[in-house]
Design a protein around this ligand. Structure first.
Ligand SMILES: *[C@@H]1O[C@H](CO)[C@@H](O)[C@H](O)[C@H]1NC(C)=O
Ligand SMILES: *[C@@H]1O[C@H](CO)[C@@H](O)[C@H](O)[C@H]1NC(C)=O
Ligand SMILES: *[C@@H]1O[C@H](CO)[C@@H](O)[C@H](O)[C@H]1NC(C)=O
Ligand SMILES: *[C@@H]1O[C@H](CO)[C@@H](O)[C@H](O)[C@H]1NC(C)=O
Ligand SMILES: *[C@@H]1O[C@H](CO)[C@@H](O)[C@H](O)[C@H]1NC(C)=O
Length: 473
């Protein structure tokens, strides 16, 4: 009873834990491609393995003879394409290999009292069948874990031909000891499967679930729930939350659940939620990276607006009289974390900022003038072309209001109009140029994404892709 309670308590934080902000979907198409690539690797690998020695005894009229088959090397292996499928029942994969045949060579030795004899042999192992079921899980720190659930190995037949020594005497006995050799080989199959599952498990446990994205942000990707299997796919729910490396502050909003569409036509899909994007924006905000000091030298010479109190007449009429001929600067900083809103084809962004204007005295000291509140709403589109993620943005709305002033009240309409023109004529074209060039899709060492598409759904972005594994051997 107590154990039940402990187990229930241990499960509690995960079952009602955070919704995954990134979901990764492996489809049957991806599984079959992975299996095909994997089978090729196994075939190549098998031709380089040395199998464990086989030892035993056989009884003859003259007594018991000990034999050893050692240095068993596979010289040829006919590795049939395995059958791999998702198993909902075992929350994992079921792999079946039927009719594997292999040719081996090695050395034989026998011992009978003080008589030692030996030579070489050729062996054919015929009709090996292996059925293995592994299940995927998640451990306490969110690593994916793999575990062998069941394994069954069968061997139909072996043929052995000995050479050298007194092999001509022993060859006739081989039929008697064949059964033992078949049993020995059979008993080695599942431990070998178990060992490779354990190796995979230790690799999974060594993987990082947190990555530094750049100098400001880290991305945490532990599993937030158990892997979900259906007959047609595997869905991994990852935390997918960005943090400021410096503050590691938790944002004041939470991730909402979302349902990935079935995308059987692509090998892999990843769903990135609005929360994931917003946690990145919050990371920058909490690290105080969203601020900039704008000086007159940063404004294009051709632009009919300059940060000089004497030319501010049309916007702040009293300024040229109060403090004539002084350069100004604008301290612009986000007052709230920028918020992405992802829906029906658009990735929109709202930025709320304060603009503190100051005049610069000839001795270098700043005289505060006024503070404006700016709300910028951008509408953006994203897509994938030529293997690159691209986008475009437009200005949906821009408002400027006076928050406080040291130089008396003024209307912000003209200033708002001028800033809006500045954003549309100078700011956005530069941003759009960068976005049109695009960004390479993330890729692994030997895997290239192909046929990738990006769609913007209600609350999340889906990137679906096929993969091409480059020849690594
Ligand atoms: C895993 O993370 C640690 C610490 O953050 C880092 O030192 C290590 O290089 C990372 N390993 C990989 C494979 O990324
Ligand atoms: C500011 O503008 C006035 C009038 O156009 C000009 O005389 C003055 O030199 C400017 N100040 C600076 C520091 O550029
Ligand atoms: C700079 O000059 C202004 C007036 O011209 C004066 O009020 C201020 O104290 C001076 N600041 C410094 C740091 O000298
Ligand atoms: C997002 O931006 C697009 C493009 O400007 C606009 O049509 C759409 O109405 C915006 N959506 C929201 C929710 O603001
Ligand atoms: C822009 O935002 C303001 C304030 O939220 C709103 O009153 C105005 O209607 C918006 N303008 C447009 C074109 O959406």
């Amino acid at each position: 009873m107590l154990q039940l309670v402990i187990v229930a308590l241990m499960l509690l934080p995960y079952t009602c834990g955070q919704n995954p902000a990134i979901q990764v979907l492996l489809t049957n198409k991806g599984l079959q491609y992975g299996k095909h690539v994997g089978a090729g690797w196994i075939q190549d690998m098998l031709e380089h393995v040395t199998l464990p020695d086989i030892q035993g005894n056989f009884n003859t009229l003259i007594g018991t003879i000990q034999y050893t088959l050692s240095g068993l090397k596979i010289t040829k292996c006919d590795f049939p394409e395995p059958n791999v499928e998702f198993s909902e029942t075992f929350s994992g994969f079921k792999t079946t290999i039927t009719g594997l045949n292999a040719a081996l060579t090695g050395g034989w030795a026998i011992k009978y009292h003080i008589i030692h004899d030996g030579g070489s042999f050729d062996m054919a192992i015929l009709g090996v069948d292996v059925t293995s079921v592994v299940s995927l899980g998640r451990n306490a720190d969110g690593h994916l874990s793999v575990n062998s659930v069941s394994c069954d190995g069968e061997v139909q037949d072996v043929n052995i031909q000995l050479y050298g020594g007194s092999s001509w005497i022993i060859n006739p006995f081989m039929n008697y000891i064949k059964g033992h050799i078949i049993d020995e080989i059979k008993s080695n199959i599942c431990p070998a499967v178990q060992k490779s599952v354990e190796e995979l498990e230790s690799r999974l446990q060594a993987m990082n679930v947190s990555y530094a994205v750049n100098q400001v942000l880290s991305l945490e990707l532990p599993l937030t729930r158990l892997p979900v299997f259906s007959p047609s796919n595997l869905n991994l729910g990852l935390k997918g939350e960005f943090y400021s490396i410096q503050t590691h502050a938790e944002p004041p909003f939470q991730s909402k659940p979302f349902t990935m569409p079935d995308l059987p036509g692509y090998m892999l899909s990843a769903g990135v939620s609005e929360f994931s994007l917003n946690s990145a924006a919050y990371g920058y905000f909490s690290a105080k990276k969203l601020q900039i000091l704008i000086t007159d030298s940063m404004i294009p010479k051709l632009f009919p607006f300059h940060l000089n109190t004497s030319s501010m007449g049309p916007y702040v009429p009293q300024l040229p009289k109060l403090l004539p001929g002084l350069l100004m600067n604008l301290n612009v900083y986000a007052t709230e974390a920028p918020m992405f809103s992802v829906q029906s084809g658009f990735v929109n962004l709202t930025v709320q900022a304060a603009v503190k204007a100051a005049a610069i005295e000839s001795n270098g000291s700043n005289v505060p003038l006024f503070t404006l509140k700016a709300v910028v709403m951008l509408g953006g589109k994203m897509w994938i072309a030529d293997g690159r993620m691209k986008g475009s943005v437009m200005l949906n709305n821009f408002t400027l209001t006076l928050a406080s002033t040291e130089v008396g009240p003024f209307k912000t309409d003209n200033l708002e109009k001028m800033c809006k023109n500045g954003i549309e004529l100078f700011g956005l074209p530069q941003v759009n140029k960068k976005l049109a060039e695009g960004m390479m899709l993330p890729r692994m060492k030997h895997v290239t994404p192909v046929n990738s598409v990006l769609t913007v759904e209600e609350g999340f972005i889906t990137i679906s892709s096929d993969a091409q594994v480059l020849d690594v051997l």
